[in-house]
Design a protein around this ligand. Sequence first.
Ligand code: SF4
Length: 335
Amino acid sequence: MNDDLPTQLIDTFGRVHTNLRISVTDRCNIRCFYCMPEHNVQFKPRSEILTFEEIVRFTKITAGLGVNKIRLTGGEPLVRQNLDQLVRAIRGIDRIDDIALTTNGILLADQAEALKSAGLDRLNISLDTLDPDTFFKISRRSGLDAVLAGIEAAQQCQFKKIRLNAIAITQLTESSILPLATFARERRLELRFIEFMPLDADDAWSQDQVLTGQKIRSMIESEFGPLVPKTDVDPSQPSTDYSYTDLDLCVGFINPVSQPFCGSCNRLRLTAEGQIRNCLFSTVEWDARKMMRSGGSDADIARLLVECISRKKKGHGIDSVEFDRPQRAMYQIGG
Ligand code: SF4
């Protein structure tokens, strides 16, 4: 590309951005209260959602700026038709060496094989509880059996990694922590607990609903003994990982509220309708779709990316009085 363009996306704090999270849809087949409103969800019209060709073009441009890891998200990405075709196209992009997907697992049993053969490397499957009533309280839909069938099918496919993600919420999921840890141990699945973040659509989040990683860790240690900190980890990963004393299996804690990890952040995001976000909590966006659909060149879009990253703040600021919640809820960002 052009001489005025860098080969890496480095912000003013020296953070190198190599990880692009792409939301392929804002739609979902359940309604988790920490992510979506229960009723009257305003989904974007199809014409505003990026086509696979536009997503591939954008991904190629970011690969030229040093991005090498892609995570596909939503809404729920598996509700987007023919997603395996997008995975195959991204697999063909030079310098992209890892493709992952985050799913609620409900449609996974039918799609796992096609995604694997298209070149998907890793899967994160959301599983906050094994209790059907708690599942319904959280997602306002039933579907736990389908998620468990999805996990089963995915384990047959030999992905590089399958990880369970559990949002932890005071009282609501506390009784689910140990059953989830046991479930993951029995199936040799990595498990991560994620603190509840102020990105719920109904703006009902409060600090006292945050079940901290520290609290969850002590619950697990009381049952399975002391956890051993893992040392061979990616320094920019959001999780603090451990393994069990009796089992070399990873259990991790993503603590954006109690222990922010913004100092080593390497992530940028593309929304389903083509807005670039330099942070999950960004209140400003850069319109790549408009540029792509109005004849902008690849270099123009690359410059937009460079500007976006140059304006990235030091951190999310959730704990500061100036904290300004994004206008978007989680399903409109993609986590
Ligand atoms: S909150 Fe923003 S800066 Fe912090 S880790 Fe997440 S995306 Fe990065």
